[in-house]
Design a binder for this molecule. Structure first.
Ligand code: CA
Length: 225
């Protein structure tokens, strides 16, 4: 994996880079918030290790800015023990996980593995998981036995599921994203669209499954590679 390390403490940055390289990752190091943000926006990284206390722009601001620009690279936030508030702010701002300094090398590597094990990936305008591809331009869903075009709301359902593979997504989140906060769309509208999408997944021979989580929402199951 190619990993961006945004940490201004040179010694720690060097230790991190050496550790990543020993474990056969590529690592680039930058030392300020703005440099980190610029590098992250290139989109070439599989994961980012982001310190909270940084010169120029702090880690939480960098994180917010990246997420608001649509950057979804998995981010592991580094915080000091005393920064409880920052950890909460960080997770709310879209960090995938955090690690408290000082930390053990093994734990850092394990957390990096966990946050990058999402099960789906963007390649150009395509979102892929398992044997299935969603084209974000044409709204075509492709699998082993062919492709079908999704209707607008089916596409949105599939896009939310694929962007959050293996996570339980509450029904409210679908309603908010598809119909907006003030909508009076009912939860059974979601059920209807999910059932349409399930039929299409089956029709194209997809190995993805939309599991219902009783009284909560849905989870897209992706087979392990
Ligand atoms: Ca720092």
């Amino acid at each position: 994996m190619k990993i961006l390390v945004i940490e201004d403490e040179r010694q720690l940055s060097e230790v991190l880079a050496a550790l990543l390289k020993q474990n056969l990752h590529e690592a680039d190091a930058v030392y300020t918030g703005p440099d980190g943000e610029d590098c992250a926006m290139t989109g070439v990284y599989d994961a980012i290790i982001l310190d909270v206390m940084l010169p120029g722009k702090n880690g939480i601001e960098v994180l917010r800015s990246l997420r608001s620009k649509g950057n979804s690279t998995p981010i592991l936030l580094l915080t000091a023990k005393s920064e409880v508030e920052d950890r909460i702010k960080g997770l709310d701002a879209g960090a995938d996980d955090y690690l408290t300094k000082p930390f053990a090398a093994g734990e850092l590597l394990a957390r990096l593995r966990a946050i990058t094990r999402r099960g789906s990936e963007f390649i150009g305008d395509e979102l892929r998981a398992g044997n299935t591809v969603l084209d974000r331009n044409t709204h075509e869903l492709g699998g082993e036995r062919g492709a079908v075009k999704l209707a607008a709301k089916e596409y949105q359902v599939m896009d939310i599921l694929l962007s959050n593979c293996r996570q339980i997504i509450p029904k409210e989140r679908f309603v908010e994203k598809i119909w907006g906060f003030d909508s009076d769309a009912e939860y059974n509208s979601i059920e209807v669209y999910v059932s349409f999408v399930r039929k299409k997944l089956a029709a194209i021979g997809s190995n993805l499954q939309i599991k219902s989580v009783r009284n909560v929402g849905y989870c897209l199951e992706v087979p392990e590679c």
